[in-house]
Design a protein around this ligand. Structure first.
Ligand SMILES: Nc1ncnc2c1ncn2[C@@H]1O[C@H](COP(=O)(O)OP(=O)(O)OP(=O)(O)O)[C@@H](O)[C@H]1O
Ligand SMILES: [Mg+2]
Length: 317
């Protein structure tokens, strides 16, 4: 027997209660919605952070969100190319992908990075399914530029496999290789693929999880981190020389997705543990939000009581 007095609730659990109750209107806002999570970069390389991101996605799933993960894997590909004696070369942030390099991209992205994420998620329940962009012809591409070799530009998305998996309650984990119009396979930038997939499945939001806090107007000046902006401002920023390297495909993809009717795009830092939950479930949004209007999400607190009472009446169970 243990006496209650020995396990007195302290300040932390009171804070936890406050945070959990604060989450209610945000849960209401996202539950039932499809959210594409683009995951890559430094936040993917650290095992602990990767675990935290996977757990966050599972938590969102339990809250009724329908997540779709689209992942990169640039570091793992570069490492393997070096190990096999191939030169790693980038032109305007795009990997020069020879036929030999493409074989490595395909093997590492789909066979290793993708399967590692699926395995990690399935430690918590058999819910994740690995999908390559070639499966079910999800991604169709043509050559972008002969100088870049097997780098593809998405020409079509066949979203059936993804939407079927989502409807069957699975979490698709997508590696971004594509079926080529020339009968071959292309390496597609994961940021760009995420925008195309989000548009094609009618997602509610894309979240880019990366290794920076968001988009900086004057990168890396800390004071220039953008909290929110509208699509026109985002489009304009694309011409700005302060948007460089890996941020170019992300912002391009963001504008494409908004044009396709995805209501909002968020950029968060995956090197902060549980950034996804903080972003989606608390009043303290972090990172950069881009939407058609440029306004931060409005949560109607007044309706929450009504929603809660219906929940209590088991109307949603
Ligand atoms: N204006 C900007 N604001 C924020 N980051 C920027 C900006 N301009 C360039 N960047 C760079 O973009 C990087 C994020 O893109 P990056 O491609 O490295 O991440 P990722 O796509 O998550 O990773 P990976 O491509 O390896 O999977 C940041 O680390 C930063 O160096
Ligand atoms: Mg990148």
């Amino acid at each position: 027997m243990k006496f209650a007095n020995s396990a007195k609730r302290g300040g932390n659990s009171i804070l936890a209660g406050k945070i959990l109750s604060e989450a209610m209107p945000w849960i209401k806002e996202i539950t039932g919605k499809t959210i594409v999570v683009k995951y890559g970069g430094a936040a993917m390389v650290s095992e602990d952070l990767r675990k935290a991101v996977m757990e966050d996605v599972l938590m969102l799933k339990m809250l009724g969100v329908k997540p779709v993960i689209v992942h990169g894997g640039g570091n793992a590909i570069s490492k393997q190319m070096e190990a096999e004696g191939l030169e790693v070369e980038f032109v305007n942030g795009q990997r020069v992908t020879t036929e030999d390099a493409m074989r490595i991209v395909r093997r590492v992205l789909t066979g290793e990075v993708n399967q590692q994420l699926v395995w990690e998620m399935n430690q918590h329940g058999n819910i994740a399914v690995g999908v390559s962009g070639c499966d079910g012809g999800v991604l169709i591409a043509k050559q972008k530029d002969p100088a870049l070799g097997r780098i593809g530009e998405v020409t079509r998305v066949n979203p059936g496999l993804i939407t079927d998996l989502v409807e069957d309650d699975y979490i698709p984990v997508v590696s971004t290789i594509a079926l080529g119009d020339d009968g071959g396979i292309f390496n597609v930038n994961a940021d760009i693929a995420a925008g195309h997939i989000a548009g094609a499945i009618g997602a509610h939001k894309i979240i880019f999880i990366s290794d920076v806090d968001g988009i900086y107007k004057d990168f890396p000046d800390e004071d220039s981190l953008i909290a929110n902006m509208n699509i026109d401002e985002a489009r304009e920023l694309l011409n700005d020389e302060n948007i460089s390297k890996g941020m170019i495909p992300k912002l391009t993809s963001c504008v494409h997705a908004l044009d396709e009717g995805v209501p909002s795009v968020q950029f968060v830092n995956g090197t902060t543990a549980h950034a996804l939950l903080i972003e989606l479930l608390t009043d303290d949004g972090i990172g950069t939000l881009v939407s058609n209007t440029g306004d931060a999400a409005e949560v109607n607190h007044a309706e929450v009581d009504h929603f809660a009472s219906r929940l209590l009446e088991n109307k949603y169970l």
